[in-house]
Design a protein around this ligand. Structure first.
Ligand SMILES: [Zn+2]
Length: 110
């Protein structure tokens, strides 16, 4: 998602690949961030993004996708219920046609 400015970034504007790193500074020791090899928190020309900020956007995108999947799933369930009802109707019509055919054969033999 990162190249659109949302979620985990993948490329820096300088063209370098971005990777996830762990801060070794005293003020942010152990804190995760995404950066190109030349980026740092104060660099305006290279990508630097704290991972927790990316995760918020990733979670928002996942929720949007999940909502869409839930709507699609409900539509699919409704479609399957319609198909099941039509199959049951066709099965009944098939039985009635078979009975009608059998009765007509019986009457023609009389
Ligand atoms: Zn860069």
């Amino acid at each position: 998602m990162g190249d659109r400015g949302r979620g985990f970034p993948t490329n820096c504007p300088c063209g370098a690949r971005v990777s996830r790193r762990t801060s070794k500074t005293i003020t942010n020791l152990g804190r995760l961030f995404h950066s190109c090899p030349y980026g740092n928190e104060n660099s305006p020309h290279h990508l630097f993004k704290w991972t927790y900020l990316s995760m918020v956007k990733e979670n928002e995108d996942i929720k949007i996708n999940l909502d869409g999947l839930q709507r699609a799933s409900l539509d699919t369930i409704k479609g399957l219920q319609v198909c099941q009802s039509q199959i049951e109707t066709l099965a009944i019509e098939n039985i009635l046609a078979a009975v009608s055919l059998a009765l007509s054969k019986t009457r023609s033999q009389d």
